[in-house]
Every structure is written in structure tokens, then in C-alpha cells.
Design a protein around this ligand. Structure first.
Ligand code: MV4
Length: 452
């Protein structure tokens, strides 16, 4: 087992990884930017190294500084968390070339799934369903238009190097195809340095369903149920739950099996997520694979009783998975709400500042993953996640009631938060009925406003 793990991240996920290390009796190293001296990850880690100026590219994204921090402190492994360098193949490579273990998949596996058009091709080869579309990248506007006309409008044009919704354009008809195609290419080039795009038939009201998987170095790979992340805004997830109210045992087996086949085909090691769109008629389609631990991993932990971060560390050290569950042995229902320092009424504009009062919710089945405290100043440089409230109940109804109660008793003063907005979503009849899709908030803009 590792002796000392460096956590190449900040915020709540850094605390989450430190906790797992402590339970496994592993020493920890925090890295921090000049804006993060007062952060709890610095306090809770045994060792800490300042890696640069506040902007992420000068600190949390500075590969040579992070490697140097690991070498100076004698860390034998690095956990990247999510965001920052978590899906950077060059980083994974450099870490391993420096004789340090990377707690995650290989650089090759990160690269294979980072190319979305290639991942789609692999899925097709394995008979994992994909949305009807172009067989590979589309070279020219003329070729694209032919593909689109054959598929039938509307179509969606996606960046091959993309993911998370960037470089994506919908073309409603032939007339608007050229413009959408051009814009998608332009956006893709600006965001990813590659203007390669592919085309799919556009699904108008899909749900976002993702499968948590976990593989070890001994060829064992399992899935741990799905998460439903349909409540999103501009590709930012706001609420996640497991299991999905739209997935029954049979569908779970089918989607889970597809996810396991895909990950197994590349010998995947570590925690990963395979994303699908679920259509109104129950058809599911592979979207992309994320090769990291995700923000919403706690809902899976709550309904599987499985510590995903501890298991990530174990399998990276070469240990076999402690058991294989494949979506069985689920208990109850879990929901997560992301509490952000943002103002929903002002287009979710970030609201950094000092927390003047703080009291978290508690009680049975309530978990809060956070790095904030009274007196903490939320810096403007990073994402605005303040806390994740995760609840577990024996039924979805119990979990829902628990989440409403938890949010209503969560005190955060000094910054504007998304708590009142989340409370309104949890009381919306469509959310209660479990029927929301990814266009839900587009249809319900009044949820963004505080009632007078
Ligand atoms: C789609 C789609 C409809 N049809 N593909 C957005 C992010 C990327 N992972 C895939 N995305 C979508 N792909 C087809 N063929 C709709 C979306 C989409 C979406 C997907 C999941 C969650 C929220 C979303 C919001 C808007 C669009």
C-alpha cells in the first residue's frame, strides 16, 4: 500500500480524499495556491506545499510544480480528484514517468476516452448502442449535410475532442445546417485546439443516465448502479440521484452490462463513469466516458455502501476489488444537491465572499461534503461549489423529504447560494414524480426567481 499520497486538488474533494487516506493509514500531502492558504485541505494534510499564484494555470494546473511537490515530500502516489488535471493524459504519464503512482487509469485509457469520436466508434464495435449518426468525423460541410439529410433533422454536431457540452450545436433544418456546422467547428477549435466534429440525430428530451464502474488490475470490473443527473443547467449538474426513477431492474442490467463491456474492452482500471442518454421510449445510447471520480459519486456510495475513493486508492496500489456487485445489493435511495455560491436569478452569476454564518444540516441519512466554515472567504478563482448535501432514505419519497428538510435548515450567510432554488426544484411536481429530462429547467424558468 502507498505510504504517502499527494492530493492534486482543493475544496471538498481534497478533504474527501484526505479522509480516505487517513482511514487507510496513509500520510497525506496538500498542494495549494496563494489564494488557498486558509483552506482546510492544507490544515488536515500532514504535509503541504504552495504551488503558485491563484489562477489555476499557475498552480493546480502546473504539472512541473505538482511533480516537484510530490518529490520534495516523498509522496509515492498522486490523487487528482476531479477537474484540474484529473483527465489530462500528459499529467498521468508524467506522474508515472517520475516513478509516482497515479491514482486513476493509464494515460492511454484517458486518451482513448478523451477522443469522443473514437470512443463512439469503440462503442459501436462492441454493440453498445450509440445515437444514429456519422460513422466517424465529418470532413466537410457537404459531407455533413448529406449525413444530416439521411438521418433526418434535427441533428446535433459535436466536437470530437469535446465533452461536457462544449463545441456542440443543434441544427434544426437544412437551411440552418451550414451555420451550425461552422459554429461547432469554430467553437471546437477554440476550446480544444481541434475542429474535428461528428454528427448525431438530435434527441429532444433525453434523460442523463450514467453508470459508475470500477475496475482493478486483475481483470475484475463491475458497475455500481446508475445515477440520474437530468437536472442540469448549461451542462452544470445541479441535482443527482441513485437509483434513477426511470430505470427498472431489467434496464439497469442492460445499461450496466453495456458500460462494463466498454470499460472492459480497454482494460480499464480505477473508478470511471459511462454516460448515456435515455430516450422517452426507453432506448439508451452511449455518450461518453469520464475517466475520473465525479462530483456526484456520493449518491452511489450511499446506496451501495461502497467507499469509492478508498477503493480507488486500493486498486491503484494493485489490490483486488474487495467485492463485485454489478448493480445488486442496492439499498434505498440517495439524492445529492450541489450548493453553489451563485445567484440563480442573475444567470447563476458567481457570488464569492466571506461566509459570515454557517450551520450544516444533520440527522439520520444526511451527509454534507464541504470545505467551507464560518469566516472562510470563497475566492473568485475556482468553481463555486460550496457544499454537497447528500441524503439517503429507504424510499425515494423519504429521501426527498429528508433533502427538503436538510436544505431548509442549512444556514450559509454572507454569500448568495443556490439553496432556495434547490428547494423549489424539490417541490416541483415533475421532480416529485421523477419525470424530469435534461430540458426541465429550460421549460421552467420561473424556478430561477425568488418569489416576491
Ligand atoms: C445529445 C443531446 C441530444 N441528442 N446528443 C450534452 C453534453 C454531452 N455529454 C452530450 N449532450 C447532449 N447530447 C444527442 N444526439 C442532448 C445533449 C444535452 C444534454 C445531455 C445530458 C445532460 C444535459 C444536456 C443538456 C443539453 C443537451
Amino acid at each position: 500500500m502507498f505510504k504517502k499520497v499527494l492530493i492534486a486538488n482543493r475544496g471538498e474533494i481534497a478533504l474527501r480524499v484526505i479522509r480516505a487516506c487517513k482511514e487507510l493509514d496513509i500520510e497525506t500531502v496538500a498542494v495549494y495556491s496563494e489564494a488557498d492558504r486558509e483552506c482546510l485541505h492544507v490544515r488536515f494534510a500532514a504535509d503541504d506545499v504552495c504551488v503558485g499564484r491563484p489562477p489555476a494555470r499557475d498552480s493546480y494546473l502546473n504539472i512541473p510544480r505538482i511533480i516537484a511537490a510530490a518529490e520534495i515530500t516523498g509522496a509515492d502516489a498522486i490523487h487528482p480528484g476531479y477537474g484540474f488535471l484529473a483527465e489530462n493524459a500528459e499529467f498521468a504519464n508524467t506522474v508515472r514517468a517520475s516513478n509516482i503512482a497515479f491514482i486513476g487509469p493509464t494515460a492511454e485509457q484517458i486518451g482513448q476516452m478523451g477522443d469522443k469520436a473514437a470512443a463512439r466508434k469503440l462503442a459501436q464495435k462492441l454493440k453498445v448502442p450509440t445515437v444514429p449518426g456519422s460513422p466517424g468525423p465529418v470532413e466537410s460541410m457537404e459531407e455533413g449535410l448529406k449525413v444530416a439529410q439521411k438521418l433526418g433533422f434535427p441533428v446535433i454536431i459535436k466536437a470530437a475532442a469535446g465533452g461536457g457540452g462544449k463545441g456542440m450545436r443543434v441544427a434544426p433544418d437544412t437551411e440552418q445546417f451550414a451555420q451550425a456546422f461552422g459554429l461547432a467547428k469554430q467553437e471546437a477549435l477554440a476550446a480544444f485546439g481541434s475542429d474535428e466534429v461528428y454528427i448525431e440525430k438530435y434527441l429532444s428530451r433525453p434523460r442523463h443516465i450514467e453508470i459508475q464502474i470500477m475496475g482493478d488490475m486483475h481483470g475484475k470490473l463491475m458497475h455500481l448502479c446508475e445515477r440520474d443527473c437530468s437536472v442540469q443547467r448549461r451542462h452544470q449538474k445541479l441535482i443527482e440521484e441513485a437509483p434513477s426513477p426511470a430505470v427498472d431492474v431489467t434496464l439497469r442490467e442492460d445499461i450496466g452490462d453495456a458500460a462494463v463491456r466498454l470499460a472492459q474492452a480497454i482494460g480499464y482500471v480505477g473508478a470511471g463513469t459511462v454516460e448515456f442518454l435515455l430516450d422517452e421510449d426507453g432506448s439508451f445510447y452511449f455518450m461518453e466516458m469520464n475517466t475520473r471520480i465525479q462530483v456526484e459519486h456520493p449518491v452511489t456510495e450511499m446506496c451501495t455502501n461502497f467507499d469509492l475513493v478508498k477503493e480507488q486508492i486500493r486498486v491503484a496500489a494493485g489490490e483486488p476489488l474487495s467485492f463485485v456487485m454489478n448493480g445488486h445489493r442496492l439499498r434505498g435511495h440517495a439524492i445529492e444537491c450541489r450548493v453553489n455560491a451563485e445567484d440563480p436569478a442573475r444567470n447563476f452569476q458567481p457570488s464569492p465572499g466571506t461566509i459570515t454564518a454557517y450551520h450544516p444540516p444533520g440527522g439520520p441519512g444526511v451527509r454534507v461534503d464541504t470545505h467551507i466554515y464560518a469566516g472562510y472567504t470563497v475566492p473568485p478563482y475556482y468553481d463555486s461549489l460550496l457544499a454537497k448535501v447528500i441524503v439517503h432514505g429507504n424510499t425515494r419519497a423519504e429521501a426527498l423529504a429528508r433533502m427538503r428538510q436538510a436544505l431548509d435548515s442549512f444556514i450559509i450567510e454572507g454569500v448568495t447560494t443556490t439553496i432556495p432554488f434547490l428547494g423549489r426544484v424539490l417541490r416541483h411536481p415533475d421532480f416529485i414524480a421523477g419525470t424530469v429530462d435534461t430540458m426541465f429547467l429550460e421549460r421552467e424558468p420561473q424556478l430561477l426567481k425568488n418569489p416576491a
